[in-house]
Write a protein that binds this ligand. Structure first.
Ligand code: FAD
Length: 516
């Protein structure tokens, strides 16, 4: 017999290796000898009160063996001679579109402007050390897309739990820890992601798909509103009649191209702000009600904050406990920050985007002349401003959190994880009022919600501008572009995803549409 039960375990109890067995036997009022094993189905931490509780959902096997950990299998077929589906971009959306095509018996031909994960590393080093951004290979572009050198948080607001589980099982199949199947806040980590991404590549090649790295798509050949071919940067043309466009929201050249070709785009609301960085110990002591070092049984603490300020949301975004702030620009002449963390989340800093909602229809009246591109142009201006204020390198403009709120330049800054370095700048006066004044009020409110958060030991670093796409590419119920037959806008760049898991799920959906 198998019984699913919920158990609450205290921090002291959690230290015992056999605690789940003991608690299960007490809960079910049966002797331990009758329990053949206890399998964790879900684990979360409740740290709202000083007495921290680990909540477990477990399956208790009574007088019957615990099944071996299931091996997840996917029905991949040899597609080497099958009909092609062209996929532009090899981020989470493109990767999962390619894998789904193989299951459905179609041959994915992937075109990716960036390099493979290994070669991409050299370009990341160049950004961090030489302040040089390779416009095809950086933290956003290259094998695995923006999801590779990321935090690898796998949270999604999607309610389609079955589809989410499928993505998680596929990640485990490709080498991610099976812990992601039980954790309430699953996370892979930037040190583990490249191997997972490489394994996905190997599956695609093994079953007959093609992946072309360092192959940027520069144009589409369209006749009678139907896609006919793809033009590549080297001048070659590839015949194509099913094209999944999964280029992410940093591929501005693709938006400009579609706009120039009068292919419909829509302006979309998005969010921008700064990244806040605290010593991890401060966040741990607030969240775990402790002073100094947290217990080894607890992960680096995270937070999630939201406040309405003057009719716009100010909220934390992509919080990275025990992580690093990274330079996520995709062109020289701009500074963009984002965050990532290793699987152990053992760095000394906690960082998070703190962003303000921007209503593209109400807030950007000075940019109206850019039409559907207005959000993108606003985003670009802010990134250029950060570049100038940072000192015209990848050094980012920064301020102590308290100085930002009180409107004064910081004479010195706190230590940081951001490798290219920080430059003290008056972000309080440089940021547009729309963002700056809401952030200042937001930070004060956050300090009231989380005592100790509002501290001079924190820096804010500019700018966090690539939270989501400022443009969407419209598609119909068959997921085809509303105007162009055979073109399937997909993932974050299309405006249909916000994060690794939702992009992967949209990739699968687009593959199903393109293969039907
Ligand atoms: P992308 O991942 O952006 O992939 C698009 C791909 O298309 C890129 O590889 C690009 O090189 C390629 N491409 C672009 N233009 C062309 C062209 N013209 N020709 C050929 N190829 C092209 N999300 C989470 O859920 N959890 C996290 O912890 C997290 N952390 C992040 C940390 C960082 C530093 C960054 C930058 C992002 C993070 N994100 C995170 C966001 C997440 O990575 C994205 O939401 C996700 O990758 C979007 O997937 P996508 O496939 O739609 O697009």
């Amino acid at each position: 017999m198998v019984k699913d039960i919920q158990l609450r375990i205290s921090l002291i109890e959690e230290e015992r290796a056999d605690i789940l067995l003991i608690k299960a036997s007490q809960f079910l009022e049966i002797s331990r000898e009758k329990i053949s094993g206890v399998k964790v189905l879900r684990k979360s931490i409740d740290a709202r009160k000083p007495k921290i509780i680990f909540n477990y959902k477990v399956a208790v096997y009574i007088n019957e063996p615990v099944p071996e950990t299931s091996e997840y299998t996917f029905d991949y077929k040899d597609v080497s001679k099958a009909k092609p589906v062209h996929i532009i971009g090899f981020g989470p959306a493109g990767m999962y579109a390619a894998l789904r095509c193989i299951e459905l018996g179609f041959k994915p031909i992937v075109l990716e402007r960036g390099k493979n994960v290994k070669d991409r590393r050299r370009d990341l080093k160049a950004i961090n050390q030489d302040h040089f951004v390779n416009e095809d290979s950086n933290y956003c572009f290259g094998e695995g897309g923006a999801g590779t050198y990321s935090d690898g948080k796998l949270y999604t607001r999607s309610l389609k739990r079955g589809d989410v589980r499928r993505i998680f099982e596929n990640l485990v199949y490709h080498g991610a820890t099976d812990q992601i199947l039980v954790d309430a806040h699953p996370h892979i980590g930037t040190n583990k992601l490249p191997k997972v991404v490489q394994n996905v590549r190997e599956t695609i090649l093994k079953y007959g798909g093609e992946i072309h790295f360092e192959t940027r798509v520069t144009d589409f050949i369209i006749k009678n509103n139907t896609i006919q071919a793809i033009q590549l940067q080297n001048g070659n043309e590839m015949e194509a009649n099913r094209v999944i466009l999964a280029t992410g929201h940093s591929a501005r050249d693709i938006y400009y191209l579609l706009h120039k070709k009068e292919i419909a785009l829509e302006a979309k609301s998005f969010a921008m702000g700064v990244r806040a960085e605290h010593p991890q110990e401060i966040i741990d002591s607030i969240q775990y009600h402790c002073s100094g070092k947290r217990s080894d049984l607890l992960p680096a603490a995270s937070y999630s904050l939201v406040q309405q300020v003057n009719n716009r949301g100010v909220y934390s975004f992509c919080m990275c406990p025990g992580g690093f702030i990274v330079p996520a620009a995709t062109a020289n002449g701009e500074v963009v920050v984002n965050g990532m963390s290793p699987s152990k989340r053992n760095n000394l800093f906690a960082n998070s985007g703190i962003v303000v909602e921007i209503d593209v229809h109400k807030d950007l009246y000075k940019y109206e002349h850019f039409g559907v591109l207005k959000g993108l142009e606003y985003q670009k201006d802010l990134e250029r401003l950060a570049f100038t204020a940072g000192g015209r390198t990848q050094t980012a403009p920064a301020q102590r959190l308290t100085d930002f709120v009180n409107g004064k330049l910081s004479p010195t800054l706190n230590p940081t994880s951001y490798q290219p370095g920080l430059n003290s700048a008056p972000l309080h006066s440089l940021l547009p009022k729309l963002i700056g004044s809401r952030l200042r009020q937001g930070f004060k409110a956050f300090g009231e919600k989380m005592h100790g958060y509002y501290t001079e030991e924190a820096n804010i670093v500019g700018v966090e501008s690539r939270t989501s796409s400022p443009i969407s590419i419209p598609r119909n119920e068959k997921l085809e572009h509303t105007q162009i037959k055979g073109l399937y806008p997909c993932g974050e760049g299309g405006g249909y995803a916000g994060g690794i898991v939702s992009a992967a799920m949209d990739g699968e959906r687009c593959a199903e549409a393109a293969c039907s």
